[in-house]
Design a protein around this ligand. Structure first.
Ligand SMILES: Nc1ncnc2c1ncn2[C@@H]1O[C@H](COP(=O)(O)OP(=O)(O)OP(=O)(O)O)[C@@H](O)[C@H]1O
Ligand SMILES: [Mg+2]
Length: 304
């Protein structure tokens, strides 16, 4: 039997009796989410190569956006290795799969992480979107749309690589953050993802985060390389959202199952993640005048 990293961490947490960030409550969220008329900005965090820092970016940026006063929903869409919950020190009982099978309602699955951030644990749910009956489909869309209407941001942590499901998600979002490291193999894989995204979803905004940067100047160099390649071969522009230094505190935070922005708020990685959240906030209010279609409608329609 293969024991994945998430299972190992859960086992270790259970054995050591240590928790991470404790949820405010595991009850349904406040009405603030449900009664709004906003349609969330949907942002997928993706990569080519695995282990480049997607989940850390998704979790910490989601927390920072919430700290800035936004209502944020974090959806863990990594089926193989759902780990946003692990990074938050949570062990959800239910996930989106239980909603699809009708065993649980969405509010029962959501976890309130802070008063403005909630997590929808992924599990195997998203994969099943493709095989829903018409009935299940409309019930689900109604439930999921409520999330979108009530949140300012929906941050989606995806699995590494470009499996069909990830492309489906990338087609449905307004924007994608592609995470890479300066490592040449990560860069090649990031380009492969951008290329596929470009073919499948030519209008989706693509922004790059260069993570785990050791040498000052590497981030800019890496971004320029990627930008030159996409401009030349895809005739497509990409943007630099930010860079995150290699930081031992982040590694410690992961071990402690706590988000680094909470574990060590002033460490360089936390500062960089905060800056990324601010950058997202500023650039979205000035740029995205046009509201995207409902993420869930597009996602499920694409999968039908
Ligand atoms: N800025 C950083 N400094 C130091 N270590 C880092 C940094 N970013 C990520 N790491 C290390 O990389 C590991 C993997 O990060 P993370 O789980 O966020 O990657 P991922 O892309 O989501 O992985 P997967 O593809 O498996 O979903 C972290 O546990 C941490 O040890
Ligand atoms: Mg991950």
């Amino acid at each position: 039997m293969i024991i994945d990293q998430a299972t190992t961490l859960r086992l270790m947490a259970a054995i050591s009796g240590e928790g991470g960030l404790s949820p405010v409550a595991t009850m349904p969220m406040t009405d603030a989410y449900r009664t709004g008329t906003r349609l969330a900005q949907t942002i997928a965090v993706a990569s080519g190569k695995g282990g480049v820092g997607k989940s850390n970016v998704a979790v910490n940026v989601a927390l920072e956006l919430a700290a800035l006063g936004h209502y944020v929903t974090l959806l863990d869409a990594d089926m193989a290795l759902a780990n946003a919950d692990v990074l938050l020190g949570l062990t959800p009982k239910y996930h989106l799969g239980h909603v699809l099978t009708g065993q649980r309602t969405l509010p029962e699955v959501e976890i309130e992480v802070t008063d403005r951030l909630r997590l929808i644990p992924g599990g195997s749910g998203v994969a099943e979107l493709a095989s829903l009956t018409l009935d299940q489909h409309s019930r689900l869309i109604a439930e999921l749309r409520a999330i979108e209407v009530g949140s300012d941001y929906m941050i989606i942590d995806t699995a590494a690589g470009i499996a069909g499901n990830v492309i489906g998600i990338l087609k449905a979002v307004a924007e994608a953050i592609i995470v890479t490291t300066p490592d040449p193999t990560a860069l090649v894989d990031a380009y492969a993802t951008i290329k596929l995204m470009h073919q499948a979803a030519p209008d989706t905004r693509i922004r790059i985060v260069v993570n785990d940067v050791v040498e000052v100047g590497d981030a800019e160099r890496v971004f320029k390389q990627l930008r030159t390649t996409t401009a030349r071969f895809l005739n497509r522009d990409i943007e630099h959202l930010g860079s995150i230094p290699h930081d031992a505190e982040l590694i410690d935070a992961v071990r402690e199952q706590r988000p680094v922005v909470e574990y060590a708020p002033e460490t360089p990685a936390s500062r960089a993640l905060r800056q990324i959240a601010r950058h997202l906030e500023i650039s979205q209010t000035t740029r995205d005048k046009k509201r995207p279609a409902s993420f869930w409608s597009v996602l499920t329609a694409a999968d039908q």
